[in-house]
Design a protein around this ligand. Structure first.
Ligand code: NAD
Length: 440
């Protein structure tokens, strides 16, 4: 029986691997070999990765691809994408080229405000708390000045502090709701540092405030933390062209394709079962760039899906219209991204990814990421409403199936050639590979 382990994080990497391999795997030596084969031969580089997290035992590789030909606001980008799903980079590249030939993508940041909150309880009169807040505001800003000084020099900092009465939702619950501009940083640490200072100041000043009649603890702070819901840190990207310029497909004219695209978005707007999959496809593009640029994809995912449900119903993140013969397709997403801080200057591939993107500001990166999401969605629904999704997907998945079956390079080449003119299904690949192997 496996025993709990004490002081695991203090053990050496070799000891951790041995313990995991012996306690949790059937073939410990094989386990060690698998883990070691993913160690980097450059010990310094490996140590860098070891130190990103606790208890590192190896590296987990994702393919890093690049999708070229993205014309965004008149500038041509090659977008780095880190993702395991076979069709994503191919679809992005295809959509990029398609729209490059039709004027490219246009993107603009609608807002950059981020939110953080000090959550606290108070059981006295609401008016007294309101008066205290007016007294407190300049002191909060003054106490936070050592933290905010550099950010202010960059043009950012604290944008506003507001007392919010949440007692209708939860008895005694109030918030210090704070708005920030964190410039090129995602800002989690800057915001959390400000909030913890606010909390200290709030408690100190409340204990001394005369209006609270000498109560020892008039307020209790529960927690201070940024919010990953950023509905005011939003970017919009769009493409547009005459519907007749859309490529005719599957026997449909450009106009008919445009009509079907609009319908597909309308369905995602009113039907959550479809909307979730529709938005998942958008996140294929968004997450891949977010990861390749060292950003926090969990933060982005959480914020984006909350935004998709902002009116109480989960809806499409993209919109589409066909007006007077012009087709327009757009996306609006909240993206709290950084091009400094976090992993951005630490991970060599992230540094390279940002270099390939031309060392963008956070705003420019928001535009690029939104475009990646829009392109992905365009590629997906265009296939869905014309030839169907499986044709392209299975073509890309073919190599995965062949690799699962241990196909040799020569077998792969023959199979790829064969399936250029045949429909890929798992069964058909197995049948054809077996037939090929039976040939003398
Ligand atoms: P960070 O702590 O590395 O701080 C970035 C620093 O860069 C700032 O403190 C600033 O001094 C400096 N800087 C230099 N040039 C700048 C410029 N032009 N604009 C802005 N700042 C500039 O990074 P961060 O952005 O505070 O935090 C991001 C990290 O926090 C991510 O790794 C994320 O995963 C993690 N995190 C996230 C959450 C969450 O999302 N809930 C919570 C905690 C931590």
């Amino acid at each position: 029986m496996i025993q709990p382990v004490a002081g695991f994080s203090k053990r050496s990497k070799e000891e951790k691997i041995r313990w995991i391999a012996e306690n949790y795997t059937a073939h410990p030596e094989q386990t060690e070999a698998v883990l070691r084969q993913y160690w980097h031969s450059d010990a310094q580089l490996q140590q860098l990765h070891d130190e990103f997290i606790e208890n590192t035992i190896s590296n987990f590789y994702l393919p890093l691809g690049v999708a070229p030909n993205f014309l965004i606001n008149g500038k041509l980008y090659a977008i780095p994408m880190a993702i395991e799903e076979s069709s994503v980079v191919a679809a992005a590249s295809k959509a990029a080229k398609y729209w490059m030939e039709r004027g490219g993508f246009h993107a603009r940041v609608l807002g950059i405000e981020k939110i953080g909150q000090v959550h606290f309880t108070y059981s006295g009169e609401a008016e007294t708390l309101q008066a205290f807040m007016e007294y407190l505001r300049p002191i909060l800003l003054q106490d936070a000045a050592p933290i905010t000084g550099n950010m202010e020099k960059r043009g950012g900092g604290i944008l506003g502090l507001e007392l919010r009465d949440k007692t209708a939702d939860l008895p005694g619950y109030y918030q210090l709701h704070c708005r920030f501009d964190t410039r090129d940083a995602m800002g989690a640490n800057f915001i959390n540092s400000c909030l913890e200072q606010f909390s200290t100041t709030l408690l100190r000043e409340a204990a001394a405030y005369e209006g609270f009649k000498g109560e020892e603890k008039p307020v209790e702070v529960l927690m201070s933390i940024l919010s990953n819901y950023t509905p005011e840190c939003v970017v919009r990207a769009e493409v547009r062209c005459p519907a007749s310029d859309l490529e005719p497909e599957a026997g449909l004219s450009g106009e008919a394709v445009a009509e079907r695209l609009v319908q597909a978005v309308e369905i995602a707007n009113c039907e959550p079962f479809r909307a979730v999959t529709h938005n998942k496809g958008i996140m294929n593009g968004i997450d891949a760039v977010v990861i390749a640029t060292g950003n926090d994809f969990r933060a982005v995912e959480a914020g984006v899906h909350a935004y998709a449900a902002r009116d109480g119903r989960y809806r499409s993140l993209t919109g589409a219209s066909l007006t007077d013969g012009e087709f327009c397709f757009w996306i609006e997403v909240p993206l709290a991204l950084g091009t400094v801080g976090g992993l951005t200057s630490l991970h060599p591939l992230v540094r390279l990814g940002l270099e390939i993107l031309g060392q963008p500001s956070a705003r420019e990166l928001m535009e690029v990421v939104a475009v990646a999401g829009l392109a992905q969605n365009f590629a997906a629904i265009r296939s869905l409403v014309t030839v169907g999704i499986q044709r392209g997907h299975m073509k890309m998945h073919l190599l995965n199936i062949l690799n699962q079956m241990g196909a040799t390079p020569a077998e792969k080449e023959a199979m790829v050639e064969y399936f250029k003119t045949h429909t890929v299904t798992h069964n058909e690949v197995v049948t054809q590979l077996k037939a090929l192997r039976r040939q003398p």
